[in-house]
Write a protein of this length. Structure first.
Length: 75
């Protein structure tokens, strides 16, 4: 039975529950922290990662695709 508040989460090409759970956690964390999509360098050349860095790390670790662009996320 489906209810109006039921939600689903899908990333194209991601089929494993653990992979989807990793993506969902990363997205929820980025939203909660206000993480930007892309990382940046500050005036001291310190790199601050963005969501895309986390996404790429998850993909590399579990899906065998090397970048987020493999899932249609612009680089």
């Amino acid at each position: 039975m489906h209810h109006a508040h039921d939600r689903s989460f899908v990333v194209a090409g991601a089929t494993k529950d653990a992979l989807l759970e990793d993506f969902q956690k990363a997205i929820d964390g980025a939203i909660a922290k206000g993480t930007p999509l892309k990382g940046w360098l500050d005036k001291d050349d310190t790199y601050h990662p963005g969501f895309q860095d986390e996404f790429d790390a998850i993909v590399k670790r579990t899906a065998g695709i090397t970048t987020a662009s493999g899932y249609g996320v612009p680089e």
